[in-house]
Design a protein around this ligand. Structure first.
Ligand code: SF4
Length: 143
């Protein structure tokens, strides 16, 4: 069965910044066709749950308290890529709008709830290394 890396919050893990999950009901159908490998770049990069929300601001990731958390975001992205390489994973499904996992959109860096076109730090690194990244709203393409 083909392996797919997937944002851990989408399979029900409570790893979001607010301590909640983002369970997607299509997971059951995905499991009939693929072996899912859940991964949360922010947690694996060293951030706690719950945590202060962060947004991409120019070339950095800054949390709402003004702290630079770019290092943890880069580390999480690198670990995601390592897992893909180790397990020969060629596809990922990531949760859109996240500063790590965003595929089509991210928050605008002003903490006002508005979204702009853009990609998260992990998505950027995976795509730069040839991995095809789908957003959670594109899961049906894989079924
Ligand atoms: S970093 Fe990705 S996997 Fe982790 S909670 Fe945010 S969207 Fe989900």
């Amino acid at each position: 069965m083909e392996k797919i890396l997937i944002s851990a919050c989408l399979v029900g893990d409570k790893v979001r910044y607010d301590g909640k999950s983002q369970y997607n009901p299509l997971i059951k159908e995905l499991l009939e066709k693929y072996e899912l490998v859940p991964f949360c770049p922010e947690v694996e990069g060293g951030l706690k749950t719950p945590r202060t929300p962060s947004e991409i601001v120019k070339d950095k990731v800054i949390n709402k308290d003004g702290q630079d958390v770019s290092k943890q975001y880069k580390e999480g992205a690198l670990l995601a890529l390592n897992i893909c390489k180790y397990l020969h994973i060629e596809k990922a499904i990531l949760k859109d709008a996240s500063p790590s996992c965003g595929v089509n959109e991210i928050h605008n860096g002003k903490f006002d709830g508005k979204l702009i076109k853009g990609k998260g730090i992990t998505t950027r690194l995976l795509e730069a290394n040839g991995i095809t990244v789908y957003s959670d709203s594109q899961i049906e393409k894989l079924l």
